[in-house]
Ligand binder design. Structure first.
Ligand code: PGA
Length: 257
């Protein structure tokens, strides 16, 4: 039921973009299980490594499964360090839908990750100071080794939006109109978010393992553009193309099936 590999799946022709290694699951639940096993395998093999996790709706079911794997004795999630991928500037734990609230409630709390093992952006602090502090955390922990990402409808990864400068470290970003429109699904109501802070695409691309997850038919068009070798100024996820550790995890709908 699960398709592996990706040879020639992006279409033929002499100028076709190189295929990205891809796993296609029959449904979103199976997809989350496969990703949780891949993440647990990395964590087991890299004690003391630095893991960067996204807080979107797509990876959320992975976190419950990771906690279950820990409870079954198959991984110690406290054996690594964590860095948050991004945050909405101006939102904190008390704000439903902040990355801090989502990740604390879905993962860091249930997994029992001590505060000294994680550094997530504080959306209520000065964003430039936060970027500098998170940059230091990443450097102090030897760089990000593993990252689990979603992809926005506009091709963003974290808050690396179309047009966000390609630079090292963490970035303060003006949010794209698509991201502002989509934000309502996280907050349950419109919030006047204008900026985000994010680990940059270039720093994410230094991880040895980069898992990019997408589920649902609405993600099929952006996945197709990515696979066709989109311009990274238009589709930021394309900054990951050619990365030897990039692996797409899709359900059948996001795969275009
Ligand atoms: P989603 O977000 O998983 O909630 O669709 C993905 C993203 O914007 O990176």
């Amino acid at each position: 039921m699960v398709g592996e590999g990706g040879a020639a799946r992006s279409g033929g022709g002499p100028h076709a973009a190189p295929a990205i290694p891809t796993t296609v699951a029959p449904d979103a639940g199976t997809l989350a299980s496969l990703v949780s096993v891949a993440a647990a395998d990395w964590i087991r093999a890299h004690p003391g490594g630095l893991v960067c996790l996204a807080a979107g709706d797509t990876p959320l079911p992975v976190y419950a499964r990771l906690v279950a794997l820990q409870e079954a004795g198959r991984v110690d999630l406290r054996s690594v360090f964590y860095v948050g991928l991004d945050e909405w500037v101006g939102l904190g734990y008390a704000d439903r839908g902040s990355c801090l609230q989502v990740m604390a409630d879905a993962f860091y709390g249930p997994a029992g990750i001590p505060v000294e093992r994680r550094r997530v952006f504080d959306g209520l602090a000065d964003p430039h100071a936060e970027c500098a502090a998170v940059d230091r955390w990443i450097a102090d922990h030897g760089g990000i080794g593993f990252t689990l990402l979603g992809i926005g409808l506009n091709g963003h990864i974290g808050f690396n939006e179309p047009g966000t400068p390609d630079q090292d470290g963490c970035v303060v970003v003006d949010l794209d109109d698509t991201t502002k429109a989509v934000s309502v699904k996280y907050f349950g109501a419109a919030r006047p978010v204008r900026q985000g802070v994010s680990v940059s695409a270039r720093t994410l691309a230094k991880a040895d393992t980069v898992l990019l997850m997408a589920s649902g038919a609405k993600k099929a068009p952006i996945i197709a553009r990515l696979r066709a070798g989109a311009d990274p100024t238009e589709v930021p996820a394309a900054r990951l193309l050619g990365h030897p550790g990039l692996h797409l995890f899709l359900d059948r709908e996001a795969d275009g099936g």
